[in-house]
Design a protein around this ligand. Structure first.
Ligand code: ADP
Ligand code: MG
Length: 323
C-alpha cells in the first residue's frame, strides 16, 4: 500500500470524511473549500500530539483517534464556534493497517459526535505524531474570548474536574489494575480517552459569558489565562470546586483535589458570567458549578472556607504525578 492508497482507504473513504453542509470541496484536491455562513467568522485551532509525549506509544488506536479529535474540537466549544471541518497531518512509522483502521474508526466516532468532517491533511513517514486543525463558524464578534471577564461576574466550570488527571497512572500503566475497582477504572479511563467537547454549552454561552476557555492544563493555570487576558483577579473557593467522583474513589493513589485543581485533560469549560444568567444556565446545564468570582486585582487566588488565601506553592503539577 502506498501513500495515496493509504489516504484513500483510511481517510478519504472513512465515515468522518463524508461531507457536511458547509464543505464545498473535501479531500482530494490541493485545498478543501469551506463555506463560511454570512456574518460569521471562521474559528481555527491546531493541536499536535506526539507519541511518548502526549500519549503512550502503545495507546489503543481507536481511543487515540477519538481523543485527538475531542481535544481539538474542545477549543471550538470554548470559543462558542460550531464545528465545520478538520484536517489531519499524521506521521506514521509504518503502514499498520489494523492500527490505521481502528484509528480512523475512533476519529469517525468523535467526528460524528461533534458533527465535524475530515476535509484534508498530510501523510508522512517518521515517529508517530499527529496534528489536527479544526475549523468552525461563530457569528462575527460573538466568539467567547479570554479577555472579557468583568469584575463582579461569577466564575463557573461546566462539570466535575480531576478524573482525567487521576486516570494518568492507569493510562501509563503505573497502577496495577487489581488495586482499582473495575467500575472506577472504566470511569477514569473514559474521562481520559473520551473527553466531551462542551459544544452545546459553549454555544449557549454566546453573547452571555464574558470570558471562557477550555481547561486543558489545569483549573488554576487556565484561570490564570483569563485573569491575565482580562486584567482582573479570579477568586476560587476551594470547597466549591467540583471533584469528579471517580477521582475521589482512587484517592489512595492520587490526591483528588490536586487533580481537580492542577490536573489537566478534562476539557471542561471555565467561564465568567453575570449572576443574572445563573438560573437559566443551571436549569439547562445541570453540571455547571459556580466556583468563585471576578475581582479587582491580578492572578488567581484560592480561598479556604474562612475566605483565607491558600498558598499555591504546594499545588504544582509534579505533586500528583508522583502518585
Ligand atoms: P499535496 O501534495 O498537494 O499537498 P497530498 O498528496 O499530500 O497533496 O494529499 C492529497 C489529498 O489527500 C489532499 O486533498 C490532502 O488534503 C489529502 N490528505 C493527505 N493526507 C491526509 C490525511 N491524513 N487525512 C485526510 N486527508 C489527507
Ligand atoms: Mg502533501
Amino acid at each position: 500500500m502506498n501513500e495515496f492508497e493509504l489516504i484513500q482507504h483510511f481517510f478519504t473513504r472513512s465515515a468522518c470524511a463524508q461531507g457536511g453542509g458547509n464543505i464545498s470541496l473535501g479531500i482530494g484536491d490541493d485545498c478543501a473549500l469551506l463555506q463560511i455562513p454570512e456574518g460569521h467568522h471562521c474559528a481555527v485551532s491546531t493541536d499536535s500530539l506526539v507519541s511518548g509525549v502526549h500519549f503512550p506509544k502503545d495507546s489503543p488506536p481507536f481511543l487515540l483517534g477519538q481523543r485527538a479529535l475531542a481535544v481539538a474540537v474542545s477549543d471550538l466549544a470554548a470559543m462558542a464556534a460550531k464545528p465545520i471541518g478538520f484536517t489531519l497531518a499524521i506521521t506514521l512509522e509504518q503502514i499498520d493497517s489494523p492500527w490505521l483502521q481502528a484509528f480512523s474508526e475512533g476519529l469517525s466516532a468523535m467526528a460524528q459526535h461533534c458533527a465535524i468532517a475530515l476535509i484534508g491533511g498530510d501523510t508522512t513517514r517518521g515517529p508517530l505524531a499527529m496534528t489536527l486543525t479544526v475549523m468552525g463558524a461563530v457569528p462575527a464578534n460573538q466568539a467567547l474570548l479570554r479577555s472579557g471577564a468583568q469584575v463582579g461576574d461569577l466564575l463557573c466550570v461546566s462539570g466535575p474536574l480531576g478524573a482525567a488527571a487521576a486516570a494518568l497512572p492507569l493510562v501509563l500503566g503505573q497502577v496495577t489494575s487489581n488495586t482499582v475497582p473495575a467500575e472506577v477504572q472504566q470511569q477514569l479511563l473514559a474521562a481520559y480517552w473520551t473527553p466531551q467537547p462542551q459544544l452545546e454549552l459553549g454555544q449557549w454561552l454566546q453573547g452571555k459569558a464574558s470570558a471562557a476557555l477550555d481547561i486543558s492544563d489545569g483549573l488554576l493555570a487556565d484561570c490564570g489565562h483569563i485573569a491575565k487576558a482580562s486584567n482582573v483577579a479570579l477568586q476560587i473557593e476551594q470547597a466549591r470546586v467540583p471533584i469528579a467522583e471517580a477521582a475521589q474513589m482512587i484517592a489512595g493513589d492520587v490526591d483528588a483535589l490536586q487533580c481537580a485543581l492542577s490536573g489537566g485533560d478534562d476539557y471542561q469549560l471555565a467561564f465568567t458570567i453575570a449572576a443574572s444568567y445563573l438560573e437559566s444556565l443551571q436549569q439547562q446545564f445541570t453540571d455547571v458549578r459556580v466556583i468563585g468570582q471576578v475581582c479587582v486585582g491580578q492572578g488567581v487566588q484560592l480561598l479556604d472556607s474562612a475566605g483565607q488565601s491558600i498558598k499555591s506553592a504546594h499545588l504544582g503539577y509534579q505533586h500528583f504525578q508522583q502518585g
